[in-house]
Write a protein that binds this ligand. Sequence first.
Ligand code: CDP
Length: 228
Amino acid sequence: MSIVVAIDGPSGSGKSSVSRRVAQRLGLAYLDTGAMYRAATWWAVHEGVDLADTGAVAALVRDMVLVMVVDPRGPQVWVGGIDVTAAIRETSVSTAVSAVATNLDVRAELARRQRAEIAFQCEPGSWADGRGIVAEGRDITTVIAPDADVRLLLTASEEARLARRAREVHGSDDAAAVEATRDQVVRRDADDSAVAQFLTAADGVVTVDSSALDLDQTVDAVLGVVER
Ligand code: CDP
């Protein structure tokens, strides 16, 4: 029997680390859909396409050879035969990604690929050999997999999210690091909210607030919901 776990949440909610560990604990595949939007952004910049030219970006993404390695112990992202796992985390991509993620034709194409990957991991012979998948992003519980067995919204206070992101990007959560992070996180949430409804839980979606939880505690809370 296969299981699909859908997890949404804003930037800095910890959804990537938590989803990876949950997938590992359950022996499921792991799909980071944000990494797909980042990969599309990286590819468009690499190919010299103007991100404001929505038609050109969409055409490029439709032809993009994207490989998502769904092993939660070491997820990788490859575009056009290039390993972009590290490159897609660079600030230049983080700053540009909302422009690509708000392109509706890009969303339609990536949504198609995300649904196909989720279905594939529920089939024998796939990486998960039919056990299923944890898929995370901004619209998984609502648009991509509204019929998932488990649907979760991972939230955290703005303060907690900024401190986490500051530690990730600057290695510190002192006042200067938090301020340096604020603009990016808050602005991207605002840019994203136009297309992705991820700040309030849809009907039937369980909210887990991780503000006061560390990583292990959050993973346990999510596993608790899965096992219900
Ligand atoms: O860095 P962070 O964890 O906040 O974001 P991410 O999960 O790597 O996603 C990067 C960007 O992709 C988001 O800011 C959204 O613009 C977009 N995204 C989306 O629109 N829909 C998704 N399902 C996942 C990501």
